[in-house]
Structures are given as C-alpha cells and as structure tokens.
Design a binder for this molecule. Sequence first.
Ligand code: HEC
Ligand code: HEC
Length: 286
Amino acid sequence: MNKASKSASYIALVAASAFAVAAHAGPDEDSLTINGETEIVTETAAPDHLSDVFDTIYSGWRFRTDETQSLEMDDFDNPGMLTVDAAMEAYATAEGTVGESCQGCHEGVETFAGLTPTMPKVDEETGKLVTMEDAINDCRTERMGADAWKWSGDDMQGMVALIGLQSRGMPMNVAIDGPAAPFWEQGKEMYYTRYGQLELSCANCHEDNYGNMIRADHLSQGQTNGFPTYRLKQAKLISKHNRFRGCIRDTRAETFAEGSDEFRALELYVASRGNGLSVETPAVRQ
Ligand code: HEC
Ligand code: HEC
C-alpha cells in the first residue's frame, strides 16, 4: 500500500470507530498536593531522550475531571488506600514454609523509600529486567516458601502500591543506559508500532493526540508515574500491564500477557518518558 492510500484507510478506520477528536483542550492548570503536605510534580521538562517530541511532560492527573482529581488529594477519599491498608497487614504477616514476614527481613516498609522511582531495573547478576512485581514474587517464592501472587491481583498491586507510597512525591528516575539499553530500545520500538485493525501505536494516541478527546476520554500522555492506579471504572487498583493490555485491545489487536517480557520492556520505556514526574501511587483515574 502506498503512503496516501494507507493514511486514507487509517482515517476511514478511525472514523468508523467513533474516534472523535475534538479541539485540543490540553492539560488543566490545577496543582496537586496530597493530604495538604505532599507536593506532587505533575508537570516538568521532558527528559532529554524526548526533547524532539515534547517540551513538557504531564501526569495523567492533569487530564481528569475536578471530581476525579479530588479523590486523590486526600488519602481518606482515595478508594485505592483500602487495598494499600490490606497490603500493610500482609507485609507484617508471616507466610510460607520459612515462616517469615516481609517485615521480618526488611523491617519497616519505609526502608523501601527511593526504590520505586528506579523500577523496573536490570538485575546485575541475572541480566534480567526486574519489575516491582518480579522482586516481590521472587521474595515470596525463593525466600518465604510462599505461592507467587497473581500479577494484577489485589495482593500484588496493593503491595506494589504500598512500596510505591514510600516514594510518593519523589521524581521518577529509571536508568535507560548500560545494561538497560537493549530493553529500552525494545520498549521504544513497541511504543511506535501500530497495532490492530485500527493501526494505532501508543504514540498515535499519547504523543500525537494528548489533550484531545477520544470518545468520552480526555487523552493524557499515558504516563505510568501514578501506578498502580485506582480505576473508578474497574473499581480496583490496576497494574501497568493491565493498562497496556486494555489500550492495545482498544486498537482491536491481540495483545501480550501481563508479566510478559514484551510488557516488561514497554514498562521501562514508558516509565522513562515520565522521568522527572513524581511517584503518585495510588493515583485515582476514571
Ligand atoms: C527471608 C527474608 C525475606 C523475606 C521474608 C522477604 N524478603 Fe524481600 N528481599 C530479601 C533479600 C535478602 C533481598 C535482596 C537484598 C535486598 O535488596 O534487600 C530482598 C529484596 C526485595 C526487594 C527488592 C529490593 C531492591 O532494592 O531491589 C523487594 C521489593 C522486596 N524484597 C520485597 C519484599 C516483600 C514485599 C516481601 C513480603 C511479601 C519480602 N520482600 C519478603 C529478603 C526477604
Ligand atoms: C486508541 C488510543 C490509545 C492507544 C493506541 C493507546 N492508548 Fe493508552 N490510553 C488511552 C485512553 C483513552 C486512556 C485513558 C485516558 C488517559 O489517561 O489518557 C489511556 C490511558 C493510558 C495510561 C494511563 C495513564 C494514567 O495517567 O493513568 C497508560 C499508562 C497508557 N494509556 C499507556 C499506553 C501504551 C503503553 C500504549 C501502547 C501499547 C497505549 N496506551 C495505547 C488511549 C490509547
């Protein structure tokens, strides 16, 4: 197919799918302080590797309605905190054949402050790209003698959010060079690949059209600094990989599995597009 007919069929498909793009509305001007004390950076200069596409990066919070935004401004109103509280209990509870709790080995959960901004990262010994879910399940299966948690289950996402909460307000800062480089390249390639019948890449929506409306949704830059996020629509904390699946499915494509190596690489790349934005978990989204 030549370029012109390809873009004509792209437009036809997009129109057929009620992909209505309204006037560019952009992010709003609101600022986010949680519990009246933790200031969240929801807007900052784009990281160097994005300098040819963006001047400024924004948290998804800036694209939500006032009502949804307000749920994240106080932990008492944040429906995601229930799952985080349950994770706090699990953190202190011994489980598995070894009879140890997370707390027994790691002491207070606040010792994890600073970890989330660096995740995912490459394990120097194995050379593998490790997400927070991997690190947690590794402790469960290898160190506690307990069962692995399901990737997107409440147990797992509550614990990922509890550990993330210890870094709330700190800037995301994943490494993309050295041993991380090949994973980052793989993730970048995925980000710009057009998926599905609609032939849409992540970039078509979150880079070219952020600020616009798609169906009833105000499109953000698709940042992951708020994850796990509490999604009102799903009424639970959702994982990054669950979100990636949903977005790819919306293009009517087959998708990768949660916990797949493809999604690990994509997670690193997408995280790097948010380097500089505050860790915000558990964020609240529509
Ligand atoms: C038997 C002791 C033990 C138990 C129980 C344990 N861990 Fe670990 N954990 C370790 C050790 C040892 C490491 C590797 C060294 C380190 O990074 O602290 C580790 C690493 C981690 C890391 C990665 C830290 C990093 O800097 O990369 C996370 C996250 C983690 N554990 C979470 C948990 C959680 C959550 C639980 C409970 C579900 C748990 N661990 C239970 C011993 C334990
Ligand atoms: C057809 C358009 C479309 C495509 C293609 C798309 N998304 Fe999305 N995505 C959305 C919409 C709509 C939302 C919900 C509104 C928002 O936050 O932008 C969303 C939300 C997200 C969020 C949550 C943002 C937040 O602040 O909670 C992430 C992360 C995300 N997308 C990543 C991706 C990735 C990675 C890809 C490519 C694999 C992708 N999206 C492809 C439409 C799309």
